[in-house]
Design a protein around this ligand. Structure first.
Ligand code: NI
Length: 242
């Protein structure tokens, strides 16, 4: 399931991040991949130990923590601190599947979420790209995700986010004009299985739609809505690993 979440960042948040990144120092993006990834990756990133990366990453995660659609779709358990990248001058990232298990940085704020005895690892269930450049600022640079239903090219407005399965083959097309700036990170979900997560998301969003003010649900249907909500929670109780 590819899920587009629009308007994750408002105009002010976006402007703050963009202006901070305008003066940033970028390093070769190959520093954070293995030998195979390095053969196909041509982009720039904020350095792993950059204070700016930490500051902006924490800001992105704080915004997402208040986003109900993101929570419903990802059911996040642990999240890698976000990274920031820049593609320009033909920059590209050829077809690859993201690493399955990634180490949390020892001093990362998220290390607090690692359980004792499982210190410091995140299984990548979901990959996330938060677009920080407007589509008209650059040519190329589409994120192409090959999922069960074929290839999808994604190029979203600045401030919008795409969630996609980390198990999918994906690539970033070469940027032939301008610069494509984005934040990206990985999530370990409480619900590992993609199909189970999809069912929970569909049930949750359907219940939300029925519960919304103005949904016009007859008063004698309230018990049924309570029943559906119970089913959601009881499925999540069966499937969640925390
Ligand atoms: Ni990737």
């Amino acid at each position: 399931m590819l899920l587009h979440i629009p308007g994750v960042l408002d105009r002010d948040q976006l402007a703050r991040i963009r202006s901070a990144l305008d003066g940033a120092e970028w390093v070769d993006g190959r520093q954070t991949v293995g030998a195979q990834g390095a053969q196909v990756k041509r982009n720039l990133q904020l350095a792993e130990d950059s204070p700016l990366r930490r500051e902006l990453g924490a800001m992105v995660l704080a915004v997402l923590a208040r986003n109900p659609l993101y929570f419903a779709a990802a059911l996040p358990l642990r999240t890698l601190p976000p990274r920031f990248n820049r593609y320009e001058g033909g920059g590209t990232y050829g077809a690859h599947v993201d690493g399955a298990v990634m180490a949390l940085p020892p001093d990362g704020a998220d290390a607090a979420h690692a359980l004792p005895g499982q210190a410091g690892y995140v299984r990548s269930d979901l990959s996330c790209t938060l677009f920080l450049s407007e589509p008209e600022e650059y040519d190329g640079g589409g994120l192409v995700v090959d999922d069960t239903y074929g290839e999808h090219e994604v190029k979203l407005p600045a401030g919008d986010l795409i969630l996609y399965p980390s198990s999918s083959l994906h690539r970033v097309e070469p940027v032939t004009r301008g610069a494509r700036i984005a934040s990206f990170f990985w999530i370990q979900s409480m619900v590992r299985d993609l199909e189970k997560r999809r069912l929970l998301y569909q049930l949750d969003t359907s219940i939300q739609a029925l519960s919304a003010p103005g949904a016009g649900l007859p008063s004698d249907s309230r018990d049924a809505l309570v029943g559906l909500t119970g089913i959601y929670h009881n499925l999540l109780r069966r499937w969640a690993e925390t």
